[in-house]
Each structure stands twice: as structure tokens, then as C-alpha cells.
Design a protein around this ligand. Structure first.
Ligand SMILES: NC(=O)c1ccc[n+]([C@@H]2O[C@H](COP(=O)([O-])OP(=O)(O)OC[C@H]3O[C@@H](n4cnc5c(N)ncnc54)[C@H](O)[C@@H]3O)[C@@H](O)[C@H]2O)c1
Length: 244
């Protein structure tokens, strides 16, 4: 995937499990990477843009800040996300605002600001991190599933609308991934994360849940010219495990 070399990427949620693997992978391909998250201290990257994606002005500003700092913007990975549990009847206003804000509104704002900047330099690629649960919902995560369905739909719409400008917009849709998001969920419910992850792995046809690198490699593929004919695709990365 040497065709990524010399390009500039923005990765949100860069401090998290999948985000860190994406940043490492992109830099490994010779890209310069701007990292965005609430706390980006200690992340090896060319530009650090800490902030809270629930703040509209921060999300709006991110793509321009990358161009100001690194001279161009070729790849955007909208990876930051939050998961709230529960049925609609258990969902608080705060859960609603948080989930919509981080999982839907922030990628919308970032794409809206990034696309014109990418057009100016000849195009690029956007990869959104949605979820299998956005394609076929699982139980007890109503608002999370809805936000990922919204992001998947936005990806399909943008993929069609901006292809003619040389911008390919696709999404990766993981099933379970061994990251802090999944592990803290187990801890909160009183399970030991290591044994819960091992047990969950036995439900996957490939025999284990995904590691962040399994998802990052697909993000890198979608970002690269190897995926040059993919626009608006939702790529499921699930080890053979469909949502039940
Ligand atoms: N882990 C899984 O099983 C799984 C499955 C399917 C999809 N996903 C998706 O993958 C993406 C990455 O998740 P992960 O598993 O690496 O989780 P993670 O919790 O390790 O990382 C998410 C990152 O997003 C950042 N973030 C959250 N809210 C933010 C805000 N308001 N402002 C700035 N940054 C914020 C967090 O600080 C964190 O570093 C998410 O969009 C998630 O929904 C994860």
C-alpha cells in the first residue's frame, strides 16, 4: 500500500483501541498523521489536535487545522465513537445527546468541512467507522445501533455525491473488537474482560474476536488507491460472525 506515502491523514478517536492502530498503520505507510481525541498526550503523530467532538466548533475546525498545520488533507478517518447501552425506555437525554453528538454529528461536521479542502488538492478518501450493529441491530443498544445506521447511511449518500470530485467515502463495519470500549463494558457489568473476550471469541467462526489491527488494516485498504473503485461501500469485518 505504498500509494499512501507522503499523504496527510486526520484520525479521530486516535487515543482509543482502533484509532491507535489506524494511526500506527498510516504512519507505517509513510503518511503524516494529525490525531484528534480528548487527550492526545504521548501519541506519536505529526500534529496533535486535542478537543471534545461534542463541541461543534471543534469538529468544524479540525480539517482546516490539519491543512494549516500539515499543508494538505488527503485522508479522514472518522473513528471516534461512544456506546450507550439500553432500550429506548432506558435511554437518558444525556445518552441521546452524547451518542448523536459523537457518532453522527461530529462525522457530519468533519466531512462537511473536509470535502471542499480535499477537492482543492485533487481528492482523497474518507473512512467512517460504523458497526455491524448499524447494518443489523443487536439487542439492548437501541440508540447506539441507530447512530451507526445513520453513519452508514450518511456514508452511502456521501459516497455517491462526492465520487465525481475524486473523493471516495466508505465505512468499515466491525463486529466485536478487543478495545477499551468493549473491555470497560464487560468490567462495568462485573465480568473479567480477559475471560469475557475469550468466551466471546468462541462465538466467532474464525475463533476469536477482532484485534484493533484487524480493523485498521481494512481502514488502510479503504484509504489507499487499492480501493480506488469503492465509493459508499459498507465493509463488514466480522470474522464470519453475523449479528444474531
Ligand atoms: N470495540 C468494538 O467492539 C467496536 C465494534 C464496532 C464498532 N466500533 C466502533 O469503533 C470505533 C472505535 O472504537 P474503539 O472500540 O476503538 O473504542 P475506544 O473507546 O477504545 O476508542 C474511542 C475513542 O473515541 C474517543 N472519543 C469518544 N468521545 C469523544 C469526544 N466527545 N471527543 C473526542 N474524542 C472522543 C475516546 O476518547 C476514545 O479514545 C467507534 O466508533 C466504535 O463505535 C467498535
Amino acid at each position: 500500500m505504498d500509494r499512501l506515502e507522503g499523504k496527510v491523514a486526520l484520525v479521530t478517536g486516535a487515543a482509543g483501541g482502533i484509532g491507535a492502530a489506524v494511526v500506527k498503520g498510516l504512519r507505517g505507510q509513510g503518511m503524516r498523521v494529525a490525531v484528534a481525541d480528548r487527550d492526545v498526550t504521548g501519541i506519536a503523530a505529526e500534529l496533535h489536535l486535542p478537543g471534545d467532538l461534542r463541541e461543534a466548533a471543534y469538529a468544524d475546525r479540525l480539517p482546516g487545522a490539519v491543512v494549516a498545520g500539515l499543508g494538505r488533507l488527503d485522508i479522514v478517518v472518522n473513528n471516534a465513537g461512544v456506546i450507550t447501552r439500553g432500550k429506548v425506555t432506558e435511554t437518558t437525554d444525556a445518552d441521546w445527546v452524547l451518542s448523536l453528538g459523537v457518532n453522527v454529528e461530529a462525522p457530519f461536521r468533519i466531512c462537511r468541512a473536509a470535502i471542499p479542502l480535499m477537492v482543492e488538492t485533487g481528492g482523497g478518501a474518507i473512512v467512517n467507522v460504523a458497526s455491524c450493529w448499524g447494518l443489523r441491530p443487536g439487542p439492548n443498544h437501541a440508540v447506539y445501533c441507530m447512530t451507526k445506521a445513520a453513519l452508514a447511511s450518511l456514508t452511502q449518500c456521501m459516497g455517491m455525491d462526492h465520487a465525481h470530485q475524486g473523493i471516495r467515502i466508505n465505512a468499515v463495519c466491525p463486529n466485536e473488537v478487543n478495545t477499551p470500549m468493549l473491555r470497560t463494558g464487560f468490567s462495568r457489568r462485573g465480568f473479567d474482560p480477559d475471560s469475557a473476550v475469550a468466551e466471546l471469541g468462541r462465538t466467532v467462526p474464525l475463533g476469536r474476536i477482532a484485534e484493533p489491527e484487524d480493523i485498521a488494516d481494512v481502514v488502510l485498504f479503504l484509504a489507499s488507491d487499492a480501493a480506488r473503485y469503492l465509493c459508499g461501500s459498507l465493509v463488514e469485518v466480522n470474522g464470519g460472525k453475523a449479528v444474531a
